[in-house]
Design a protein around this ligand. Structure first.
Ligand SMILES: [Zn+2]
Length: 294
């Protein structure tokens, strides 16, 4: 489950996991640069703010999945002050992560600080679904703050999270983040030291901008002076789960009349995956067989 070294990508994103030797803290640190680039390319975030929010949602979702349910899927849905403005991060145990930006046609930005809502859904080990909904903390435009609120309220885990994305000339230069969790063994002392220490790292964008935010560097910074052991290194990447079979399945679930109306033109039906923009074509014959199977 650790090093996935057979998989070759241009830029390898990964999540490092460490535990302090006194058993007080668990830290996850991730580089999500390539994942975010892939997702942004497919979704065409039009403004820097939109790009940052989307990047932070993807990174936060990856951190929460890796910490709470590394072997299961996790989806995070962020709704802006405008309830019709939404973003989705969908991350899977094989490390593949994809996202969706859904804005009404006239809307170009997605402020969150007034009525923003973060919803997280993940599969539990017994197959049940755990869902939590939190408001984005008032006055904050911060996705980090929303994920911290989620961890506290819905997972009952005291967690410090910082995610960030550095843009250079409008392009994603670096994205990543960390999560520090207090383990049950924790005494008051180390908690205060850690809280104090992380004040310097609440905003990791300056570190990302300086190229000093690799997962290994984030671990070293957040755990400076504390002996720790790295206990995991997992690969993450941009990837979509769509396939002709999956699309056929969702088409087949439509009412018969809807499929028939899709066939009215008499031409093959072209469908684009909303997540990755890959195009699929269904011939009339394939559509007819969907109706027959229906
Ligand atoms: Zn796709």
């Amino acid at each position: 489950m650790c090093n996935d070294q057979d998989v070759v990508h241009v830029h390898n994103d990964n999540v490092l996991r460490a535990i302090t030797d006194d058993g007080a803290f668990r830290v996850l640190a991730c580089d999500t640069t390539a994942t975010v680039r892939g997702a942004i390319e497919a979704q065409k975030a039009e403004t820097p703010d939109l790009t940052r929010i989307f990047a932070d949602l993807l990174t936060g979702a990856i951190l929460v999945r890796e910490s709470m349910s590394p072997d299961h899927r996790l989806q995070a849905i962020l709704q802006g002050d405008n309830p019709r403005a939404r973003m989705i991060a969908d991350t899977h145990p094989d490390g593949s992560t994809r996202g969706l930006i859904q804005l009404p046609p006239d809307v170009k930005e997605m402020p969150l600080g007034e009525k923003g809502v973060l919803q997280v859904a993940r599969t539990l080990n017994n197959g049940a679904l755990h869902q939590g909904v939190v408001s984005v903390p008032a006055g904050s435009n911060s996705v980090s703050a929303a994920f911290m609120a989620y961890m506290q309220r819905s997972e009952q885990t005291v967690t410090m999270i910082a995610v960030g994305c550095h843009l250079s000339n409008g392009e994603v230069a670096a994205a990543g983040g960390y999560m520090v969790q207090l383990l049950p063994e924790l005494a008051e002392g180390p908690l205060m030291v850690m809280t104090e220490r992380l004040k310097d790292f609440q905003d990791i964008v300056p570190l990302l901008a300086q190229g000093r935010a690799t997962p290994a560097e984030l671990l070293a910074e957040t755990l400076y002076g504390m002996p720790y052991t790295t206990v995991g290194d997992r690969e993450v990447h941009f990837g979509c789960r769509c396939s002709p079979e999956r699309l056929a399945q969702s088409l087949a679930s439509l009412p018969r009349a809807d499929i028939e109306s899709l066939m009215e033109g008499g031409k093959p039906l072209e469908i684009e995956c909303d997540y990755c923009r890959k195009r699929y074509e269904f011939t009339m014959q394939e559509l007819r067989s969907l109706i027959d199977a229906n």
